[in-house]
Design a protein around this ligand. Sequence first.
Ligand SMILES: Cc1cc2nc3c(=O)[nH]c(=O)nc-3n(C[C@H](O)[C@H](O)[C@H](O)COP(=O)(O)OP(=O)(O)OC[C@H]3O[C@@H](n4cnc5c(N)ncnc54)[C@H](O)[C@@H]3O)c2cc1C
Length: 574
Amino acid sequence: MASEDLYAIAADWLKSLEVASSAGDATSFVSHFVSDGWFRDLLCFSWNFRTLSGVADGKSRLEHSGLRDFKLDDHTVNAPSPLILPGLQGIEGVQGAFTFTITKPAALGRGFFRLIQDGDGKWKALTLFTNMQDLVGHEESSADQHGLYEGRKMTWEEDVDAKFRAIEADPTVLIVGGGQAGLTSAARLRRLGIRALVIEKNPRVGDSWRQRYCFTVPIRMCLPPFKGTMYLSNARTTFPKYIPKGKLANFLDSYAADQELCIWLSSSIASTPVYDSSSARWTVEVQHGDRKVFLNPKHLVLATGYGSPRIPTWNGMDEFQGALYHSDFHKNAEQFRGKRVVVVGADEKVTMVQRSATCVISSSAIEQTYFKSPFPDGTPIEELDFRNNSMPVAFLLQLAISGGTQHMKMLDKELHEALRKVGFNLTWEPSPGSGEVGLVGFLFSRLNSGTMLDVGCGKLIVEGRVKIKQGQDISHFDKDGITFKDGSKLSADVIVLATGNESIMNTTRAVLGNEITEQLPPKVWGLDSEGELNQTYRPSGHPGLWFAAGSFEFSRFFSKHLGLQILARELGIA
Ligand SMILES: Cc1cc2nc3c(=O)[nH]c(=O)nc-3n(C[C@H](O)[C@H](O)[C@H](O)COP(=O)(O)OP(=O)(O)OC[C@H]3O[C@@H](n4cnc5c(N)ncnc54)[C@H](O)[C@@H]3O)c2cc1C
């Protein structure tokens, strides 16, 4: 399709949508969608994340919110372009971004549409995404300190110190956990002028990564907000394509300093926090180094990472005389060279115990699909985030089932066939009956638990250098290994429990106690009935309580929404 045609189709449809929107005419607004179209909204129509499909919802919200001033994006990489979706082969479409204003509250928004032709040949939305970008008058301050302090009476150090003292004396937000989710949330809040204090139990920012054994994402994918493109251009000269975990840890450390985030290290919550609904404040006792401090924040953000290691118990575990530990505590394998190792959960001396099936995807398949940007080098990462998140997750899962997963399977066909031959059990369903949603389904429903991103282990399994013990439950341990329920036995010097992590609710219970945890919906993460992530970066179900979690991409994008929701509450408009 010629570029003029793309623009004309997009402009006509958008103009007509604006007329419906300005008039608050929900029926007309809905008529701009194909009958099985999708509408995802982040904060424009409610102070929440919603995905609507079908024609019943949205009437009163449309009139109330008053979306106006639609302007087609004609200058970014998200300007009108042909629509290409895996799982929708053969369908010609147009996609593009636009900006708009919101009347109530006064805000700026940005949208993204994917148009296809309906049965009558009319262009209609297959998906529409509306996203609040900024509250007018409270935009994220984007100007970094320029280093010159004309007219100021303080040095830069004194200035930062004074800001930190003000935060420490009365933090509006207390963020528990200084990993990427906590740090990006703090950086967003700072730019919105909200006092946020981070407490981190480790002695150094980045320690959560220093203590791990791997990181498998290219540098482009793990940039936090406000550092994106500039940092990426520097990183190209000093970083390998896949950032090593130690470098990532050091980067987070420098990010915290660079963004002037107020962080108490070696600090954690000392006793169960209490929420007073009349003052809408928490009382939180914090162990800060060797002293105890009471804080009264209005908001508590739990950014404590994955749940604690899930360590099942089997009879005889304490009799085992070799090394036994959870994979979270694995640092490196050098000390075990030549020993017999059993990995519970998969050289000739390592055996992986595989109880159920695993979703295996090679790093090259991931690279070709998820990591490949549709945009030229140097494009701000925010444009990619915006495009990616414009897709309603429930529709994304449908696309995976109707073709996306099949495409991924083809990319790894040889690996999968070879793995099957040696008895390795594969699946693309995170739960029975979920359909073959593949990696994306595992990510949203199980935080990737049950997947294996193959960076070489697959080859070791195929070559028999890592053996597979398949489909058997463990009966018990004894002093030199494991006995299975079928009576077979594996002798071992080292047993690694790659048995996953407890749910985030489990950590929540440990931090907030039973009473508050019982008031919350049962899950953090996983998808709700509309396909939005349960309680993550959105209202948790308890006033003044928020959860921040997930990969860098999630944190980078949704930390802004967390900031906007907290800001709106502080302004008394939410
Ligand atoms: C082994 C491993 C490899 C991974 N590899 C990748 C990858 O390659 N790419 C990717 O995108 N994602 C990866 N992930 C997933 C995800 O990105 C990471 O788990 C990421 O660290 C999540 O960030 P976070 O800030 O939510 O949690 P974390 O980085 O775990 O940070 C949580 C922080 O909270 C602190 N904390 C916890 N409880 C308390 C408390 N009570 N008081 C004070 N502080 C507390 C912890 O010390 C920690 O610093 C991986 C995860 C693991 C476990």
